[in-house]
Design a protein around this ligand. Structure first.
Ligand SMILES: NC(=O)c1ccc[n+]([C@@H]2O[C@H](COP(=O)([O-])OP(=O)(O)OC[C@H]3O[C@@H](n4cnc5c(N)ncnc54)[C@H](O)[C@@H]3O)[C@@H](O)[C@H]2O)c1
Length: 370
């Protein structure tokens, strides 16, 4: 029986899981002036998510064309949260067996026409088709780190109704996020996968002794005009997490070069996990150059958009801003492969210039304006 694509008019969006991403997803949907409901079994998480959304919402909604603050409610009972929602987005921990159970519940309790989306970073929703009666409504909707990093991957589970994908591509820009369709099943979706290749080749360059990490980051800054660089970003995410991610890709795609993983293993073996350990490719310990006050002062002086003047590589790398805050990381999970969001640092003004494309049906939000 063909699936009936929902009409979102006047209907709430439900987010299942109120953690780092769940509350950010709820925030973005709340900018459309409608109702967003958050479900989480933890009362503490529900309260924290609600406080986060209420604090951020006025400013984020003001930065989006036609944005206006909506209402956010939370609940600890799916049977109260889901009914009426046209879209339900799962953002629970990255454990496939948990997600399978959650999708079975969502399928049972949500309205018959509700779209069931997964924010998973690692798992295509093809993994969950057996958990639902109606796979035409199942789809990956992978957010990065809104409200600052607002691209979204949309990917079919293989059986997703075309109308579901078209509706999401049309509807998401109304909420200040920008969907891009992965037209085939792809681990890492679109951008995470491209970023993985950049990291891999950067690691290979250093592993082969072609250049140092600092030199690669400095050249990245000179040539792209973007702050940070692959090694700064990897240090921020955590080299153990980066290794997990690369192992996940390697398991799926035999033949990837081993040098990048060997270099990461060496750093992880030495306890040089990146910022969280005080040392990674850079040294962040007090007094060390990578995190020094001098670097911070230099950073403040620099314009966001200015393409840096060529300078000696070492000085430039130290003057550049490091990658995203630690909140943007997923914790390392022993023995469990993950592909998480860990895109390079955003230079918002460049994003504004580069993003608009045929996929977007709306202007980028005002808060990204130069
Ligand atoms: N953190 C990132 O950078 C990032 C980026 C993109 C996508 N993701 C994906 O988003 C998902 C969530 O990640 P996160 O970082 O927000 O995790 P998190 O640990 O911060 O939050 C998970 C939340 O789910 C709740 N939860 C646990 N069991 C639940 C259940 N049965 N039903 C509903 N809620 C439940 C927890 O109480 C917690 O609040 C994962 O699939 C992850 O891959 C994460």
């Amino acid at each position: 029986m063909p699936f009936t694509v929902p009409d979102p008019t006047g209907r709430p969006v439900a987010v299942v899981g109120a953690g780092t991403l769940g509350r950010r997803i709820a925030l973005m949907f709340a900018t459309g002036g409608g109702e967003v409901r958050i479900y989480d079994p933890s009362a503490e998480q529900r309260a924290a998510a609600r406080a986060y959304v209420e604090e951020q919402l006025p400013a984020v909604a003001a930065g989006i064309d036609a944005g206006r603050p909506g209402t956010v409610t939370t609940g600890g009972d799916l049977a109260e949260v889901l009914p009426g929602a046209w879209l339900v987005i799962e953002a629970v921990p990255e454990r496939p067996e948990l997600k399978q159970r959650v999708f079975a519940d969502l399928d049972r309790i949500a309205d018959e026409d509700a779209i069931l989306g997964s924010n998973s970073s690692s798992y295509p929703t093809s993994r969950f088709v057996d958990s639902v009666r109606e796979p035409q409504r199942l789809v990956n909707i992978h957010f990065y780190m809104p409200p600052t990093q607002n691209a979204v991957d949309v990917m079919s589970c293989g059986l997703t109704d075309r109308g579901v994908i078209d509706l999401l591509l049309a509807e998401l820009p109304r909420h200040g996020v920008f969907p891009f369709e992965a037209r085939k099943e792809s681990t890492g979706f679109i951008f995470n996968r491209i970023w993985a290749a950049i990291k891999r080749e950067s690691l290979a360059v250093v592993a082969e002794g072609v250049a140092t990490a600092e030199e690669v980051d400095a050249m990245w800054a000179v040539n792209t005009g973007l702050r940070g660089g692959p090694f700064r970003a990897m240090d921020q995410v955590g080299l153990d997490v980066v290794l997990d991610i690369e192992e996940h890709y390697a398991a799926e795609r035999p033949g990837l070069p081993t040098g990048p993983r060997a270099l990461l293993e060496q750093y992880v073996g030495e306890g040089r996990l990146g910022v969280k350990a005080g040392r990674g490719f850079y040294d962040y310990r007090p007094g060390a150059g990578a995190a020094s006050g001098a670097a911070d002062r230099m950073r403040r002086r620099r314009s966001l958009t200015a393409v840096p003047r060529p300078r000696p590589a070492r000085r430039l790398a130290r003057g550049r801003r490091a990658a995203p805050p630690s909140e943007e990381r997923e914790p390392r999970t022993a023995g469990r492969a993950q592909v998480t969001h860990e895109a390079p640092p955003v230079d918002r003004r460049r994003t504004e210039r580069q993003c608009p494309g045929p996929v977007h049906r709306a202007r980028l939000p005002r808060h990204l304006d130069p």
